[in-house]
Each structure stands twice: as C-alpha cells, then as structure tokens.
Design a protein around this ligand. Structure first.
Ligand code: MN
Length: 235
C-alpha cells in the first residue's frame, strides 16, 4: 500500500483524456489497469478526465456510466487521487473510494524521494477574478440542479455534448514556457505537476521542476514516475 501523503514509485499520472464517444482512451486505459496489463498501486487523475461531468448532471452520468463504474471498481484495489478539472467537478458522490480534490483545495502537497511536490489540475492561479467567479458559478449545486430540472429531453445537455465533441483540443502552445515561468512563481515546492495545458513538457525554472502531464487524448500516453523521471508510455 502507498505511504500516506507520498507519491509511490511507479505511480501513474493521466491527464485530460476528455472522455467521450470519440475519445475513448480513458476506457481503454482503465480496462488495461483492471486486467493488470498496466500495473500500479497509485493512480493520479489530473482532471478533465471526462469531456463533461458533474455530480448533478444525470445525462452525463448516464453517458459515462461505464467509465464511472470501472473507476469505482479499480478504486477498491488501487489508491486513486482525482484532481477535479474545469470539465469534471462535484464528483465526490460519484466516487466514494476515490480521493477527490476540488479546485479550491488545489494544489495538494505530497512528497516523493524527499522532495516536496505540488499537484493541481492547472486552472488555478489565473489571476482573473472573473474566471474565479465563473468557476464558482458553474460548480454551484443549485444552479446545476436547476439546469438539470429544465433540461427537457436533455436538450441542453445534448447541445453541450455535441458542441464539445467537435472541439479540437490538441494545439501546441508556442508560448508555453513563458506561461510556465509565471506559474512556478506561485509554488514553492521542488516539483510541480499539472495537467490542463495538453503540452506534456517538462522544465526547470526558478529552481523548480515543472511537469505538465500530456493529454491522454492528444498524445495517447500515460505517464509513469520511475527513478525520479516522468516517462510517457504509449497506451
Ligand atoms: Mn482543463
């Protein structure tokens, strides 16, 4: 079993799978984990695992039920840490055995080989009060329950679902290092691990090591932490 609050050797990180009917890698990955073709004792879900889901949205819970039950089954044997993203939130009641962390409780802090590590999905520290208000609003339980109540014949949900399906989420950011150099200023740990940006790059900036976990959807890779190295593995 993993040592409390520490990242295990051979821990696996996956980020931004944006699971939907066209982006099925998360399901493939979980099946391989269940069959032990892929093995680990600790799994980090870095957020935006689903293209959209919230604990209130019945339509999306139903659409994603296979992945939800597989995750719950696996969480009985493997420690799973789930950092909520901007596409997946209010998840606690869906995953009773998974350690769920909301945006407002990120970053979380852990240790790995005597190094301090901060982990977050990556949409914190944006220095935009409107984004913070927007985040609070779209995660509001009463708002979501209300939207669910007026979602006749899933009209709103389907609009969201098919809208997201068409989106291109894999773009190279030419200024990513510049963005990271600003982000690391908000952290004071040895290592910083984030998802959200879909870039998969690693930097040492300001004496801190920053790893962006690649999008499982864009790269078809999950990441293993082994001998102090982040290694991308093809699914
Ligand atoms: Mn995101």
């Amino acid at each position: 079993m993993p040592v409390p609050n520490s990242i295990s050797e051979n821990a696996i990180f996956i980020a931004d799978s944006h699971f939907n009917e066209k982006r099925a890698q998360l399901l493939t990955f979980l099946k391989k984990l269940k069959s032990k073709e892929i093995e680990t004792e600790q799994l980090f879900l870095m957020g935006d695992m689903f293209d959209f889901i919230s604990g209130e949205s019945k339509y999306f819970i139903k659409r994603n039920s296979k992945v939800i039950s597989l995750l719950n089954e696996i969480s009985l044997n493997i420690e799973i840490i789930y950092l909520e993203g901007n596409h997946d939130y209010n998840l606690k009641e869906l995953f009773p055995n998974i350690k769920i962390y909301k945006r407002e409780n990120q970053p979380i802090f852990m240790t790995y080989q005597n190094q301090s590590v901060a982990l977050s999905h990556g949409d914190i520290f944006v220095n935009d009060i409107f984004y913070d208000i927007y985040c609070k609003f779209i995660r509001n339980r009463f708002f979501l329950l209300f939207m669910n109540a007026i979602d006749f014949k899933n009209f709103i949900s389907k609009k969201i679902y098919y809208g997201l399906l068409k989106k291109n989420i894999c773009r190279k950011m030419n200024n990513f290092q510049e963005i990271v150099s600003k982000r690391v200023k908000h952290y004071n740990t040895n290592i910083i691990i984030e998802g959200h940006f879909h870039q998969g790059k690693e930097y040492i900036l300001d004496k801190k090591r920053y790893k962006n976990i690649q999008s499982l959807n864009c790269s078809n890779e999950y990441v293993i932490l082994c001998n102090n190295e982040f290694i991308g593995k093809s699914l």
